[in-house]
Design a protein around this ligand. Sequence first.
Ligand code: ATP
Length: 243
Amino acid sequence: MAAPLALEVSGLSRAYGSHRVVDRLDLEVAEGDIYGFLGPNGAGKTTTMRLILGLIRRDGGEVRIFGESDPVRSRSLVGGIVEGPRFYPYLSGIDNLRVLAAYSGGCTDARIIELLELVRMRDRANDPVRTYSLGMKQRLGIAQALLGSPRLLLLDEPSNGLDPKGMKEVRDLIQRLREDLKVTVFVSSHLLHELDLLCTRIGIIQDGVKVAEGTTEDLVQPGENLESCFLRLTEPGEAGQIR
Ligand code: ATP
């Protein structure tokens, strides 16, 4: 029997008023994937991630995480940062993690230190978060999302606003999560070059509908790069929408 998918989204829908923001969306993420989630501004990426994390109510459809559709049982399997990590600026990085761990049932200090080492923040752990660069805050946010030891991690634009060194640090961290901790990663971004370097598979949505899903080799045509492929698939009137 085939292993369950890390994430299976089927027929997922969500409207705000009369605006259907996520429209019968199907996605498949295999265990071990680094899955890049792309779409133009307002395509519904963040809404989809909030639905997967159970942060907002869905109007229809199903989300299975490692085969588990029960929202309570699947909660321990998934973690994420959506719309940026938020910290207490005057507390240190380690104290922020202690407070956030306490909210979600607790976590040993040894585990918190292990996570700080993983995200390369051990040496700055006792400094107040207000003194951190954006890249450090993003890495601390990833440590926060890992507090519950999820097997699937959702990251919403983790490299947004970072300089090239910061982007590389986040990219290296995501690769370590996959290789060393066997975490499956679902990451949204507008930084197509970053996703091209990082992802094993990608999914593209537009107006809440999937327009493509596969490896970059599957999607990119001869003479294209990921950017020109993305622009072609999301061009108004492009008849590439997949149900
Ligand atoms: P971006 O790339 O700009 O971050 P996105 O693909 O993440 O965009 P969403 O943030 O999911 O897109 O938003 C999709 C649509 O839903 C947008 O038109 C947005 O204005 C709308 N929307 C999102 N949240 C709400 C809300 N709470 N109430 C009403 N409309 C909302």
